[in-house]
Ligand binder design. Structure first.
Ligand SMILES: *[C@@H]1O[C@H](CO)[C@@H](O)[C@H](O)[C@H]1NC(C)=O
Length: 213
């Protein structure tokens, strides 16, 4: 009798266990010493975490905009801020010198929401049906950039501009199209065939952005 009660209890518990969704973890701070998997980094042991594990202070300083695009992106993605791993969010700081530009780029894995903190930024994106949505943003303005679409930010003001971009992924990814084309070793012939740009323009852009081939 006692044995069958135990068996019954075991069956009930097993069924109950099987029917319940697995209990979600509160968090999964990335263990950056482990390999990145398709679902993010493995978690660090909760016992190794402190309050500081959930705070990132790397966005207080301006990025260095002394470069050929006059702009800098300082990310707080999971590689820099392990606490966002598994949470579906991340953030980055954008600094733009006057005339600085974050060139046409995409985030393959995340929607973006941009908040302008300082300056005047002309921003826009291009839909997959080639419709352009562009706007001059002032301090306090917020604009969204849907996942995977080409977009840009240009400082059209007289002074440095600062914006913060939040993403719907801890690893939104960043591919800057002019750098992919003209700072890589993609052969000029291929670029000319696939973009319809002239040879002289491709050579000028490779010299400007540091490409070879
Ligand atoms: C900014 O970058 C430029 C070019 O790489 C470099 O010469 C300069 O020292 C950097 N400035 C700071 C403050 O790091």
């Amino acid at each position: 009798m006692a044995t069958s009660m135990v068996s019954l209890l075991a069956i009930v518990l097993l069924c109950n266990f099987a029917l319940q969704p697995s209990r979600a973890q509160d968090f999964c701070v990335a263990d950056l010493s482990s390999e990145l998997t398709p679902s993010g980094y493995p978690c660090k042991a909760a016992s190794s975490l402190t309050s500081d594990s959930f705070v990132f202070t790397g966005l207080e300083a301006a990025g260095n905009v002394s470069n050929n695009i006059g702009a800098a992106v300082t990310p707080a993605f999971s590689a820099q801020f392990p606490a966002v791993n598994g949470l579906g969010v991340s953030i980055a700081r954008l600094d733009l010198a006057p005339n600085g530009v974050i060139p046409l780029h995409i985030h393959p894995a995340g929607n973006e929401i941009l908040l302008v903190l300082k300056g005047i930024i002309c921003a826009g994106f291009i839909s997959s049906s080639n419709v352009v949505y562009s706007k001059t943003l002032n301090v306090g303005d917020v604009m969204v950039f849907p996942k995977g679409l080409l977009h840009y930010q240009i400082n059209v003001g007289k002074y440095n501009a600062i914006a913060f971009a939040s993403f719907s992924s801890p690893l939104p990814g960043l591919q800057i199209v002019p750098l992919s084309l003209f700072a890589s070793n993609l052969p000029s012939f291929v670029i000319e065939k696939t973009t319809f740009l002239s040879d002289s323009e491709v050579k000028r852009l490779k010299a400007f952005l540091g490409g070879s081939g």
